[in-house]
Structure formats: structure tokens, C-alpha cells
Design a protein around this ligand. Structure first.
Ligand code: SF4
Ligand code: SF4
Length: 368
């Protein structure tokens, strides 16, 4: 069942509106205005438009936790409360734990965000991108689209059940073709490639497979959130320095091959035994808004399932969400500034919250 937001939006206007009806609210309006003025610009905001999906990828929390999964769409009214902050945000990414193109108002959200003045991107499993959607997407002014893949050919289809490798490649080619036909540069097209340990032997084929589609960028990631012990072996963090060097060489070779075909390749490789005071999700200058309107530092902090566990350092551990407020109840700038959220950011380096302490994203990394 799809759930909707609980209360109405809280659009922010001038605090100096002094007509009779608004007088009792003056203090509140002034605070809203002040909170917005004093909020630092964000590097990005990730907004989960839906937790529904038309696929069942084996490693996805949505598949493992399907019995307690909360399927819901972000309401337009909650989305609109974010617009004042978007005006000063470099990029918004419309995706969380679900397939964004299932949302009935996705294109309206893209239009609103573009009007607010920020760049807009999304990640999709590609299965809904037919000619019509591709045409609308190019005309929407969307800046960036990433297509998810995990494995080449049949291996992708076995791992990402409900998706089809050939159709995803076809959608990428169709999008590249439409851009050429309309002589536009956007959206830029990337592949978000999740590399599992068991798929390592196929990596030498990756660039040759993707290059003919017109993809411009490939981003290789590894399995970070492990929902069950069976998946631990698919986790690809080097255990020691020789393994680290082997992976680094593989990625660098791929990067050179990609560059020769005009593709940018990026990866994030964890150096064993290191820990950093930061993480790739940039929690001091970025945030995640889930489809029920709750604000968290990242997508891992608000998985829409209750009473579940995940695997941390080979052991099962109860999963606890980390949220700081809901945009259905207070403005995003007010949430950003609340005492708990400020405390989280302040102590992130020295005394991180339990969820962040063993998070692989926090480990020192070699990024290319
Ligand atoms: S497409 Fe994305 S949201 Fe859907 S099951 Fe796969 S990983 Fe999960
Ligand atoms: S350390 Fe992990 S859980 Fe904490 S903010 Fe970064 S990515 Fe999210």
C-alpha cells in the first residue's frame, strides 16, 4: 500500500508579511526565514521519491526485508517544502530505495527542481525507459541519469532479478540516440556498476560491452550494506595490501581502457586498516530525505523496514535508523540546525554515532 504524507507543506515566504491573518505567526515566519538565510549551501540532496520497485535484486534490502518493507511514495507537498533549500543546492538526486520512474509525479518534481535552479539527477534500473519516457526525460532538462548494473549479461539478470541486461543497454543507447537527434548535451549518462566478488573474473569485458551504448561515465561501487550473512562473500574490501594493490591495478587498467573509448571511470577503493574522519556521503554538506519526509545524513541511515538486522564486520547486528526530523512537521533548515543534527555533524570525526562507526563508507579510501 502506498502511504501519503501526514501534514501539509510549509512554504516559506517573507517574514514581513504583516496582514491581520498572519500576525500571530510572525515569530514562526521570522524563524523560518532566518533558518533558511543561515543554512549553508548544500553540495547535494538525495531525495527518495519512492520505495516501490519493479525488481528484486538479491542483495537489495528491499528484497531481504520484503516482509516488513514500507512501500510508499514521496508526496508532492513534502517535495515542495524542499524547494527553498534546493535553490542553493548544487545537485539533487531523485532516488533512494526504489525505482524512481514508478512515481506518478516524477516529471513534475524534475520540473520544479529545475525551476528552483539546481541540477537534477537520478539512478534507475532502466526497465521503464521506453521511447516515450526517454523523449520526456531528454525534454525535461534532467542533468544526469545513471543506470544500475551488477554483472555482465546473464549474471546481471540472475542478480538483479526483474531486470534485463539487454533491455538496460538498449535504454542507454536509446537515450544517447535521442540526445544526438535533439542535439542536446543532457542528461549525461552513466552506469552505476556494483561489483560483486564473484563477478571479478568478468571485469575485462565491461568496457567493451558498454562502450557501444554511448555511456559517458562508469562508476564502480562495491556492496556496502549487507543484509544477510550469505552475502558477506560478495563484499569486496581488500583484506590486505597485496589484495588492495591487485584491485587498484585492475581498476586502473579499466580506467585506461575506458579513457581510450571516451568514458570516464571512477571507483572508490578502501585501503585496509585505515579509517577516515569523513565518508563518501559527505554528511556535513549533503543529506538524504526519505519518501516519508524524514531527514538523515545518508540513504543507509533510513532503510524503510522495521525489526531487521544487517551484517557488520561479519556479525549480524540489529539495524537502527538515524533520522533528525520530518519535513512534514518542520522546515528542512530548522531540522538541519536542530541540536541533535548539529551534534551528529560535530562529533562525526571524533565520536561518530554507532551506525557510522563501522560503516565501510567511513574507511580511508583511494578514489579514482
Ligand atoms: S532496482 Fe534498486 S531498489 Fe529495486 S530491487 Fe534492485 S537495487 Fe533494490
Ligand atoms: S558513515 Fe556511513 S552511515 Fe554514517 S553518514 Fe557516512 S555513509 Fe552514512
Amino acid at each position: 500500500m502506498v502511504k501519503r504524507s501526514r501534514c501539509t507543506g510549509n512554504g516559506i515566504s517573507s517574514p514581513y508579511d504583516t496582514n491581520e491573518a498572519s500576525r500571530p505567526l510572525l515569530g514562526g515566519r521570522f524563524k523560518s526565514w532566518w533558518d533558511l538565510q543561515t543554512m549553508p549551501p548544500l553540495d547535494w540532496m538525495q531525495i527518495e521519491v519512492t520505495t516501490r520497485c519493479n525488481a528484486s535484486c538479491l542483495y537489495c534490502p528491499r528484497t531481504t526485508y520484503r516482509h516488513s518493507w514500507d512501500s510508499r511514495d514521496l508526496s508532492l507537498e513534502n517535495f515542495k517544502t524542499l524547494l527553498p533549500v534546493m535553490a542553493d543546492t548544487k545537485m539533487i538526486h531523485l532516488q533512494g530505495w526504489g525505482e524512481p520512474f514508478l512515481h506518478p509525479h516524477l516529471f513534475e518534481m524534475i520540473a520544479l527542481a529545475k525551476k528552483a535552479g539546481c541540477k537534477v539527477g537520478t539512478t534507475t534500473n532502466g526497465m521503464l525507459l521506453d521511447r516515450d519516457i526517454i523523449g520526456r526525460l531528454v525534454q525535461s532538462g534532467m542533468d544526469h541519469v545513471a543506470f544500475s548494473l551488477t554483472g555482465i549479461g546473464e549474471k546481471n539478470d540472475l542478480t538483479r532479478q526483474g531486470t534485463n541486461y539487454a533491455r538496460v543497454l538498449q535504454a542507454i543507447s536509446g537515450l544517447a540516440e535521442k540526445k544526438r537527434a535533439l542535439r542536446v548535451e543532457t542528461p549525461t549518462i552513466s552506469v552505476a556498476y556494483l561489483l560483486l566478488r564473484s563477478h571479478l573474473p568478468d571485469m575485462d569485458k565491461l568496457i567493451a560491452e558498454l562502450a557501444p551504448t554511448g555511456v559517458q561515465q562508469v562508476v564502480i561501487s562495491t556492496l556496502d550494506f549487507i543484509t544477510q550473512k550469505d552475502l558477506w562473500n560478495e563484499h569486496l574490501y581488500p583484506e590486505n595490501k597485496p589484495e588492495y594493490r591487485k584491485l587498484k591495478n585492475l581498476y586502473e587498467e579499466l580506467r585506461q581502457e575506458a579513457a581510450q573509448k571516451g568514458i570516464d571511470l571512477h571507483y572508490n577503493l578502501v585501503l585496509p586498516g585505515t579509517e577516515s574522519g569523513s565518508c563518501t556521503e559527505n554528511p556535513r554538506r549533503a543529506l538524504f530525505v526519505s519518501s516519508d519526509g524524514y531527514v538523515s545524513p545518508c540513504v543507509f541511515a533510513n532503510i524503510p523496514a522495521a525489526g531487521v538486522s544487517h551484517v557488520v564486520g561479519k556479525e549480524e547486528s540489529g539495524y537502527t535508523k538515524l533520522t533528525f526530523g520530518c519535513v512534514a512537521e518542520e522546515s528542512l533548515p530548522a531540522i538541519w540546525k536542530n541540536r541533535r543534527y548539529r551534534g551528529f555533524r560535530k562529533s562525526f570525526e571524533s565520536r561518530p554515532y554507532p551506525l557510522c562507526r563501522k560503516c565501510p563508507k567511513r574507511c580511508g579510501a583511494s578514489t579514482g
